[in-house]
Design a protein around this ligand. Structure first.
Ligand code: V3L
Length: 85
């Protein structure tokens, strides 16, 4: 973002950056001080807890991942499942 931060979700051995649209939704909710927000990702509804910093599938909360808002320059696996090498 303008301040050099980006949103990431946890993969197996590293972090993936959220896609641009989802990232904007997260950033808006974060800036509004919301504690949760809902995201539609690849046809599934996910709930993000911005206090615990996790995302979980709404219909299957065991499918949860840590998320983070971190500098855009930190190492990452890629963006939304698309690897960068
Ligand atoms: N954005 C895009 N895809 C997602 C997201 C998201 N925020 N959350 C889950 N998925 P689950 P490695 C990830 C995908 O949590 O090798 C990566 O993007 C998720 O994709 O059980 O483990 C990679 O494509 C997974 O395919 O609901 O680091 C892939 O995992 C699927 O939704 C492998 O990454 C189920 O995730």
């Amino acid at each position: 973002y303008d301040d050099g931060y980006q949103w990431f979700y946890e993969g197996r051995n590293g972090w993936w950056q959220y896609d641009e649209r989802t990232s904007k939704e997260l950033e808006t909710s974060y800036k509004e001080g919301k504690s949760t927000c809902e995201l539609l990702i690849a046809g599934f509804l996910y709930v993000v807890d911005l206090e615990c910093m996790i995302q979980m599938r709404k219909t299957d909360p065991l499918r949860r991942r840590r998320i983070k808002r971190d500098l855009a320059t930190v190492p990452k696996k890629g963006v939304a499942g698309l690897r960068i090498d």
